[in-house]
Design a protein around this ligand. Structure first.
Ligand SMILES: C[S@@+](CC[C@H](N)C(=O)[O-])C[C@H]1O[C@@H](n2cnc3c(N)ncnc32)[C@H](O)[C@@H]1O
Length: 352
């Protein structure tokens, strides 16, 4: 029994790597960005289709799992009746359009943690409600990459929708949080900061997340209106100026970044993470082909999903939805296949 998935908003294939590690087979991908598409091709030998808005779901091979780490957009009709109409014109609408026609057994969505509060909670509410209206049982949870074997504090909302029953997030296995220093290169063309360019804290603070705030960069600071002897605080409060210790975890690699923003304290020196280290702490394999410019590579990894987290989700999706009674699962897959062929689902009105 081959469980098939599609990789929407594919980026550089974080979902693909993770779900393939769970034993699933990718049958379709879509990504609009040229540099991401080229990277995807260089690593999986498949050029993703482009703009999701131009994809006709009927041209996609049938599949069991839809995965998508889609960009977060507000829905236009805030507070009004929730439904398909509300999402029109958004990228989530395109996901729904594909779900309606293809009726996958499982939908796996990922987004930034902030989605929970986006548009005062309305965005998440619309997403969940629309999935429920398509007869899915929906559940969601905030997961952190640092619970899946990589030293990066990267929290993401994961939404799992299934035709069967609610996904039980409690069954997901987490591991002890690793430390950054065990993931670092020992030799590379490191970009160090000169001693005069930073200040270290006498008592570094260990945060609940595992981040160890160790110092800050001595960048130009705002002096106007600042109380005497508190000038350094305005540096400290600027997240990019903070220096974290390699004895803890690394902060979230940001998505809009083209130069690698964060500096770390390692063995008494302060340096930037190398691009290889960025990919490693997101769970990408050492032999991943990084063919884009350095600026694009930083952006791509900052946008990517944590691979071992997806692999663990895939393992649990398999346990909970695809392995209880093999014969029943195979029969159910056949029924869905027949229904799709007879276009039973086509009675739902969808504008293509
Ligand atoms: C948050 S990233 C997802 C990254 C991916 N999960 C990974 O692991 O690399 C969202 C992606 O959606 C892509 N995207 C945005 N609009 C799109 C559209 N209309 N059609 C297809 N892809 C789109 C962006 O280029 C970006 O790579």
């Amino acid at each position: 029994m081959t469980v098939k998935f599609i990789d929407l908003f594919a980026g550089i294939g974080g979902f693909r790597l993770g779900l393939e590690q769970s034993g699933f087979k990718c049958v379709f991908s879509s990504e609009i960005d040229k540099a991401c598409k080229d990277t995807y091709f260089a690593n999986y030998g498949e050029m993703p289709k482009g703009d999701i808005g131009e994809i006709n779901p009927k041209e996609i091979e049938n599949f069991d799992i839809l995965s998508a780490g889609f960009p977060c957009q507000p829905f236009s009709i805030s507070g009004k009746q929730l439904g398909f109409e509300d999402t029109r014109g958004t990228l989530f609408f395109d996901i729904l359009r594909i779900i309606k026609i293809k009726q996958p057994k499982v939908v796996l969505l990922e987004n930034v943690k902030h989605l929970v509060h986006h548009d005062k909670g309305n965005t998440l509410k619309v997403i969940l409600e629309n999935l429920r209206q398509l007869n899915y049982e929906v559940n969601w949870k905030i997961l952190n990459a640092s619970d899946f074997g990589v030293p990066q504090n990267r929290e993401r909302i994961i939404i799992v929708a299934s035709k069967d029953k609610k996904f039980e997030f409690d069954k997901i296995k987490t591991v002890k949080r690793p430390v950054l220093k065990d993931f670092l290169d020992t030799e590379a063309d490191f970009e160090f900061l000169d001693d005069t360019e930073y200040s270290l804290l006498v008592n570094p603070t260990v945060q609940k997340s595992g981040l160890i705030f160790a110092g800050y960069r001595n960048k130009a600071i705002r002096k106007a209106g600042v109380r005497p002897n508190t000038e350094h605080l305005s540096r400290v409060h600027k997240q990019p100026n903070r220096i974290y210790s390699a004895e803890g975890v690394h902060p979230t690699l940001p998505s809009q970044e083209t130069s690698g923003r964060f500096f770390i304290l390692v063995d008494g020196k302060v340096r930037k993470l190398t691009i290889n280290e960025c990919y490693r702490i997101t769970g990408f394999p050492e032999d991943f082909n990084k063919i884009s410019s350095l600026g694009e590579l930083y952006k791509q990894i900052g946008n990517s999903v944590c691979v071992p987290m997806v692999a663990e989700l895939g393992k649990e999706i398999k346990n909970q939805f695809f392995s209880s009674n093999r014969n029943a699962v195979v029969r159910e897959m056949q029924i869905r296949e027949e229904k799709r062929e007879n276009d039973t689902y086509g009675s739902i009105t969808v504008n293509l």
